[in-house]
Design a protein around this ligand. Structure first.
Ligand code: NDP
Length: 448
């Protein structure tokens, strides 16, 4: 629990003002716990109300999204955009389309994004958005109508130098294309207002792969520096089978790792020979199907109902890449009993606070999401640079920059952890390293 009086008071006030927003409060508490040693040494933070200001979004809009399905039935969803902090740059953060989306989830994601974006060393503020729309089972026409209705409101609040959304769960290349098309039509302006765009209309090579590849670069660096190990020859378990999971598996396999399990929200597949990623890509990227199909197509593999069971599969490296709080204390115990040596968070806040603490207590190398999955937003920042310059960099150029950014994030997180007297604690390190730059900018910019 929090010991610092100032942080405790701000946290209590935040909890009272945001009752029932469990994910948001979980994210705030994790950051505050990490910042205690730093805040103790910096009384100017309290004098300038930095923490009170940081937990209150600069702006948050919710809006009605009305659209028509293929049978002519009218549907109403709720859209969100939270613009959390513009202290170090224009707002930046993805859009999530999933039935579970609510204010708490959007705020937790937007709050985390402030520190993640700061860690990339690019000038990007923190934001997030989305809707409680479920694209699963919807036709392309229905998804297009939803995206256009969503952008019809969102376009008022975003802009290439003001707020640049990207994808997240349920928002990939198809959705970004429809959203971009509608923005262009409404504003009569061809500009880099979204990232994750298609390559023929301003997208960047490597953006699709960036979060998954970046996660593996980070984990590889952590293994090398803190464990004197590499991914080569290790067994991995990766939850999810979406954008982040697929490209984490691709890079880990190329580095000589053997991924034996992947999942979706229905269950997980087990393939001791190593997952055949071309089969997963065909099912998930082309057919928009279920992971259970894998077992029907690949002899020797099997499907197990229920996604949480994936953590009972023994592995050296576990990469939760699906969603928040998918890995709890019981799963962490099982992984430790089975000999896990490293955990890398590809999803945002996939480990509960208890699970993360358990890994650290048991000396499992732990790569927190803010640092480990920052590759996606880093590549988005590189896409924005290319758009501004009207340039197109090669796959190798972007990948090299991405790798350098991930290694740098590891280094600054490790240094910040050591500076706080918590060597090897990358949760503390990432939070402090991300926070300092934002706090210093807020102190320089005066009250707002
Ligand atoms: P996708 O929509 O591409 O894939 C999500 C995957 O997670 C799917 O396999 C989905 O299964 C599964 N999933 C979703 N909800 C649940 C649930 N409640 N329980 C179990 N499985 C679930 O999303 P992304 O890969 O883009 O995002 C995954 C995570 O990574 C999210 O936490 C996101 O915030 C984070 N992230 C993404 C970035 C990006 O660049 N895309 C950048 C940084 C972080 P199903 O199809 O059955 O729903």
């Amino acid at each position: 629990m929090l010991r610092n009086r100032y942080l405790k008071e701000v946290y209590q006030g935040t909890a009272e003002r945001n009752r029932g927003e469990t994910e948001f409060l979980q994210a705030v508490l994790e950051v505050f716990l990490s910042l205690e040693p730093y805040v103790e040494r910096h009384p100017e933070l309290e004098a300038h109300g930095i923490m009170e200001r940081l937990v209150e979004p600069e702006r948050m809009v919710t809006f009605r999204v009305t659209w028509e399905d293929d049978r002519g039935r009218v549907h109403v969803n709720r859209g969100y955009r939270v613009q959390f902090s513009s202290a170090i740059g224009p707002y930046k953060g993805g859009l999530r389309f999933h039935p579970s989306v609510n204010a708490s989830i959007i705020k937790f994601l937007g709050f985390e994004q402030i520190f993640k974006n700061s860690l990339t060393s690019l000038s990007l503020g923190g934001a997030k958005g989305g809707a409680d729309f479920d694209p699963k089972g919807r036709s392309d026409g229905e998804v297009m109508r939803f995206c256009k209705a969503f952008m019809t409101e969102l376009h008022r609040h975003i802009g290439a130098n003001c707020d640049v959304p990207a994808g997240d769960i349920g928002v990939g290349g198809r959705e970004i294309g429809y959203l971009f098309g509608q923005y262009k039509r409404l504003c009569n302006n061809f500009t880099g207002v979204l990232t994750g765009k298609g390559l023929h209309y301003g997208g960047s090579l490597t953006r699709k792969e960036a979060t998954g590849y970046g996660l593996i670069y980070f984990v590889e660096e952590m293994l090398r520096c803190l464990g004197h190990e590499t991914v080569f020859g290790k067994t991995l378990v990766v939850s999810g089978s979406g954008n982040v999971a697929i490209y984490a598996v691709e890079k880990a396999t190329r580095l000589g790792g053997r991924v034996v399990a992947m999942s979706d929200s229905g269950g997980y597949i087990l393939d001791e020979n190593g997952i055949q990623l071309d089969v997963v890509k065909a099912i998930k990227e082309e057919e928009r199907g279920r992971i259970s199909d894998y077992a029907r197509r690949v002899p020797g593999s099997r499907y197990v109902e229920g996604c949480r069971g994936i953590w009972s599969v023994p592995c050296a490296i576990a990469l939760p890449c699906a969603t928040q709080n998918e890995l709890d204390l019981a799963a962490a115990r099982t992984l430790v009993d089975n000999g896990v040596i490293a955990v890398g968070e590809g999803a945002n806040m996939p480990c509960t606070a208890e699970a993360a603490a358990y890994f650290q207590e048991h000396r499992v190398l732990f790569a927190p999401a803010k640092a480990a999955n920052a590759g996606g937003v880093a590549a988005s920042g590189l896409e924005m640079s290319q758009n501004a310059m009207r340039a197109s960099w090669s796959f190798e150029q972007v990948e090299e920059k991405l790798r350098d950014i991930m290694v740098h994030i590891f280094q600054i997180s490790q240094e910040a952890a050591a500076g706080c007297g918590r060597p090897g604690d990358l949760i503390t390190g990432a939070n402090v390293a991300g926070f300092v730059k934002v706090a210093e900018a807020m102190l320089s910019e005066g009250l707002y």
